[in-house]
Design a binder for this molecule. Sequence first.
Ligand SMILES: [Ca+2]
Ligand SMILES: [Ca+2]
Ligand SMILES: [Ca+2]
Length: 393
Amino acid sequence: MLGVSALLSASLFLPGTTLAATPYDNAVLADHPVGYWPIAPGATTDLTGHGLNGSFTGTPSSTIMPNGDTAPVFNGINQYFTIPDHPYLEVTRTGVLTIEAWIRPDVLQFAHSEGSGYVHWMGKGEAGQHSWVARMYNYTNSENRPNRISGYSFNLTGGLGAGSYFQDPVTVGEWIHYALVINTVNTSSSYTTGYTKIYKNGVLRDQDRLSDYNIIPGDGTAPMRIGTRDLASFFQGAIGKVAVYDYEVTPTQLAAHGNVMNATRLTTPSTNVTASSDDGNVPANTLDGSLATRWSANGDGQWIQWDLGASKTVDHVKVAWYNGDARTASFDIKVSNDGTTWTSVYSGASSGTTLGLEAYDLANPSARYVRIIGHGNSINLWNSITETEIWGY
Ligand SMILES: [Ca+2]
Ligand SMILES: [Ca+2]
Ligand SMILES: [Ca+2]
């Protein structure tokens, strides 16, 4: 089911606007990237606040990522996203760069490929100004590298780059979590001038020496582009949640991002739900998928709780509040594994601006039971929830 929040987001696609940060965005931002673009058609802002805002060329369509967030779908012909050159986008500033993205190839053989048969689906490089690139090969190419996905670090002059890759069967429509590390600081006898690393879905798959191709990264003038590097080839498919870090991101961080993206909805219409009381608007109304039905109870401290059936990792909770666009609801969220001992994991208020689902991000507690304790709203002491979704893994 498409979340209500995704539907609401889809109506907010105005040029130059920012979509509200989602639990995935918050997970990335907590790791302090130097640039982060949860790009979607119309959403072009760097969410780090560093001002590395980009712009679309062409008008990509949009798609929904595994967690319900939105990503642009590039047509593989002439659509891309451009971020102007900035020191934050270079290896040279700290000597280390990590580039992270989610990609969904929509074909295995690209119509606009280059070289031996590959597309540069993201990168920072033009003639004489080469920094780094992310590449995907066609299924059929002249180097017998079927759908290899790779990343390279270059000397400014270009030529052969030092890089790492994984080469697995790719399914059209499959989301792949990609991360490329270029590190010139962490040298050793094996990596005398540093290395590249590549991760697929949070797992380190390859590491290579920058010295193999005598790579000393430089500070180029090319912009960073998503969907293409320098217009010589174009990616056909979706690319979302692009982040650049000025340090080497760890496997633990990448796995955490993957968990948030792949979190599933832990509640269904048949999830056991109970409450301290109700006025005839029963607790099960919070699980029926309808914003026209609700649970309501009057008074400070009234609660409603959902039993997930087993202990899960709860990433975030989405709640739609009755009259949620006209008043703010005050509440706490507590969790328990035994229904007896409760831990407070959230305390706050709704935005007062929407009838749709709002996400409240938790610090991923383990929980079988999730309870919302209401403290009334800005108008009266009623606690009224129209829908709830609990997401995790
Ligand atoms: Ca530069
Ligand atoms: Ca309902
Ligand atoms: Ca979380």
